[in-house]
Design a protein. Structure first.
Length: 277
């Protein structure tokens, strides 16, 4: 005969458990008024649920914390409103770190202590244990798929964003060279030759407002980009070569070591490389 005071075994509300334990450890079912064990999660006679809410599996909670803890999903699953703090601060990365350790704590928790804290002291029925295992598997699969999708999107988005920021810096310097081109054009019209020094066109120093360097060459000038914390741009050049067309002096900016994908459309060279050696 089963000991009705043994609370270490999860009572699945079978009729044998009911018949075995009249008296101590038994309660009346609110649904049919028959005696059932106090730890039963539902009545074996009428199916009346005895837990005020569904069973909260520590394995499911741990999986949610590990995979979606940054958004507080595991706290919402436990019915805890402070999951909102995770959701509102997920961008800091702190909730991700916290939930990682919470997942470990959940998985390592004693089942009896867990049930006492989150399940009104009532263990899972066999059906709930089976369902919990299935849900954990589904959550893990969805989590891995989500991580894979995020990884793919990041692999596409991060290089694209880096190229965008580089092009923005390149374009800034290109705009700043308009004064150089105007002064050189004016000098050429007056002297029928290119200047030998920036001072001849009224420009002191070779630094652009953005900090990049511009130097005269025999055929025009060259921009050298100076950005110490950006290896894709620092030290790279775009060469402006002057030539005559029907309208006078014109500029070809396809020369230099800058990658094609970082150049403005008018300065791209179909023969140039799209990767640095």
């Amino acid at each position: 005969m089963a000991d009705s005071n043994d609370t270490t075994k999860p009572y699945s509300a079978t009729k044998s458990a009911v018949e075995a334990g009249a008296g101590e450890g038994m309660i009346k079912c609110p649904g049919c008024s028959k005696d059932i064990h106090q730890l039963a999660s539902d009545c074996p006679n009428c199916g009346f649920p005895l837990r005020s809410r569904g069973y909260k599996s520590k394995n499911i909670t741990g999986a949610l914390a590990m995979l979606f803890g940054a958004f507080g999903v595991h706290r919402f699953f436990l019915g805890q409103w402070w999951g909102l703090f995770y959701l509102l601060t997920f961008w800091t990365g702190i909730p991700s770190i916290i939930s990682f350790f919470e997942a470990i704590v959940f998985w390592c928790s004693n089942v009896k202590s867990w049930d006492a804290k989150y399940n009104e002291g009532k263990p899972a029925s066999p059906n709930e244990r089976t369902g919990a295992g299935t849900i954990v598997l589904i959550v893990v699969i969805i989590g891995f798929i989500g991580v894979a999708i995020i990884g793919i999107l990041a692999a596409i988005a991060i290089p694209a964003y880096q190229d965008y920021t580089v092009r923005a810096q390149v374009n800034q310097a290109m705009v700043e060279t308009s004064d150089y081109k105007y002064a050189i054009n004016k000098y050429y019209q007056a002297n029928n030759q290119l200047p030998y020094d920036l001072s001849e066109i009224g420009i002191e120093g070779n630094a652009l407002p953005s900090g990049h360097q511009a130097e005269l060459t025999d055929s025009g000038f060259v921009i050298t980009y100076v950005i110490q914390d950006n290896d894709m741009l620092n030290g790279k050049t775009i060469e402006f070569e002057a030539y005559l067309d029907y309208n006078g002096l014109a500029w070809d900016c396809t020369g230099g070591s800058m990658l094609n994908r970082h150049r403005p459309g008018t300065c791209r060279n179909s023969d140039a490389s799209d990767s640095y050696e």
